[in-house]
Design a binder for this molecule. Structure first.
Ligand code: SF4
Ligand code: SF4
Length: 341
C-alpha cells in the first residue's frame, strides 16, 4: 500500500485517453458499445501532454480513464515519464495485457489510486474474470492503492451478496458505486431503495449532496479539467467550454463556476475536496461564472464534435456517417433545425 498519504499537487486532469474499450458493458455511460465501431480510435498523445505539463510550474494529479486507458499505445512508457514529476491514478477495467508490465515497472508511490472497475457480467461473458483477479492481486501485492468497484446497476445489486462473497474468498473487497442512467423507467441514482443504498454505503442525503449540484460552486476549469482524446481541454464532463489543448497549452480560468446542471455524475468539488478547498481559499465565490443555458452548450458540443473539422478527431467518412445517423432520426433532426442550423 502506498504510504503517500498527503501528496502535494496543484491541479487535477482527467484524461480520456481514447473511447476505445475491449469490453461492451450494457450500462456504459461512455456509450462505448454504440460508438466504438464508428468513432476512429484516436488516442491522446501522452508524451505531448507530459511536455506541456512539465513546461508549466505545476504538479498535476492525472487520472487516466477512457474508454480503457491501458489500451493506449506505449502506456507504460508514458506513465514512467508522467510519474517523474506528477502523480497518476487510473479508472480501468484491469484486463488489458499491459497491466502486468505497468505493475512491474511503475513506482506505486506515484500512483494515488487504481479504481479497478469490475464489470462482472461482461468479464464472465468474455472469460476475463480470472485475469481481472490475477491483475488485481498483482497490483495489490506490489503495493498499489487499488479498489475493486462494480457499478450499482439495479439488476446487479440483486446478486451483490453472492459476488461480494466470491471476491472476498479471493482476498478482494468488492464495493459498488452509483449507477447514472435509467432502468425500467426509473432514473438512477435518485431511485435507489434504502436496501440498495445500503449496499452502496450511501444515504439519500449523500446522493442529494454529492450529485445534485445546481447553483453550487465548483472548481471545474479553475484547477481541475478533463482532456478529450483529441487533446481538447474542458471544464468537466458536462461543461463543454475549452481552456486549451495539450498541443498548444492549457490555461486554467481565474474563477470558479456555479454548476448549471441538475445532476452531475462526477462532481469535481466533492471528489477532490483538497483542490476545492484550495480554490475556495484562493478565489472563493467572487464573480463565479454562470455557464450558458443548456441548449447553447448542446449545440456547441454538436458543433465541435461532429462538424468542426479543425477540432474533432473524426475522419471525414466517420463524420459523414454520424451526420447521416443524426439526420435520419426525427427528434435529433428537429432539434438541429430548431437550435443550431
Ligand atoms: S469497461 Fe468501462 S469504458 Fe469499457 S465498456 Fe465497460 S463501462 Fe464502458
Ligand atoms: S457538472 Fe459537476 S463537475 Fe461540472 S460544474 Fe457541475 S458539479 Fe462541477
Amino acid at each position: 500500500m502506498s504510504n503517500l498519504r498527503n501528496p502535494q499537487y496543484d491541479a487535477w486532469l482527467h484524461l480520456a485517453t481514447s473511447y476505445h474499450c475491449n469490453l461492451e458493458c450494457n450500462y456504459c455511460i461512455a456509450g462505448i458499445r454504440y460508438v466504438s465501431k464508428i468513432l476512429t480510435k484516436t488516442f491522446l498523445n501522452l508524451f505531448a501532454l507530459n511536455k506541456i505539463l512539465n513546461d508549466s510550474n505545476k504538479i498535476y494529479k492525472i487520472t487516466l480513464t477512457g474508454g480503457e486507458p491501458f489500451l493506449a499505445p506505449n502506456i507504460v512508457e508514458a506513465c514512467i515519464e508522467l510519474t517523474k514529476k506528477h502523480f497518476i491514478s487510473f479508472n480501468t477495467n484491469l484486463t488489458p495485457k499491459s497491466v502486468k508490465e505497468f505493475a512491474e515497472k511503475i513506482d506505486p508511490e506515484r500512483v494515488l489510486c487504481i479504481d479497478a472497475a469490475c464489470h462482472i457480467k461482461e468479464l464472465e461473458r468474455r472469460n476475463l474474470l480470472s485475469r481481472y483477479i490475477d491483475n488485481f492481486l498483482l497490483c495489490k501485492n506490489r503495493g498499489f492503492n487499488i479498489r475493486a468497484i462494480e457499478v450499482g446497476y439495479p439488476p446487479l445489486l440483486e446478486e451483490s451478496d453472492k459476488y461480494i462473497k466470491i471476491f472476498l474468498e479471493q482476498g478482494i473487497d468488492l464495493t459498488y458505486s452509483p449507477y447514472f442512467g435509467s432502468y425500467k423507467g426509473k432514473s438512477y441514482p435518485d431511485s435507489y431503495s434504502e436496501k440498495e443504498l445500503k449496499i452502496l454505503g450511501l444515504t439519500k442525503k449523500d446522493i442529494i449532496d454529492w450529485f445534485h449540484q445546481y447553483g453550487k460552486l465548483c472548481n471545474a476549469g479553475y484547477n481541475v479539467g478533463i482532456i478529450h482524446p483529441n487533446g481538447d481541454t474542458r471544464y468537466c464532463v458536462l461543461i463543454n467550454e475549452s481552456f486549451g489543448n495539450v498541443y498548444e497549452g492549457i490555461k486554467f480560468k481565474d474563477k470558479l463556476v456555479r454548476c448549471p446542471f441538475k445532476l452531475c455524475n462526477c462532481p469535481m468539488n466533492i471528489y477532490d475536496p483538497y483542490l476545492f478547498r484550495k480554490a475556495m481559499s484562493e478565489v472563493g465565490s467572487y464573480d463565479a461564472e454562470w455557464i450558458q443555458p443548456s441548449k447553447y452548450r448542446i449545440s456547441q458540443f454538436v458543433k465541435n464534435f461532429i462538424f468542426d473539422g479543425k477540432q474533432n478527431y473524426l475522419t471525414d467518412n466517420t463524420r459523414k456517417l454520424i451526420i447521416e445517423k443524426v439526420m435520419s432520426n426525427k427528434f435529433l433532426r428537429k432539434y438541429l433545425f430548431k437550435y443550431w442550423i
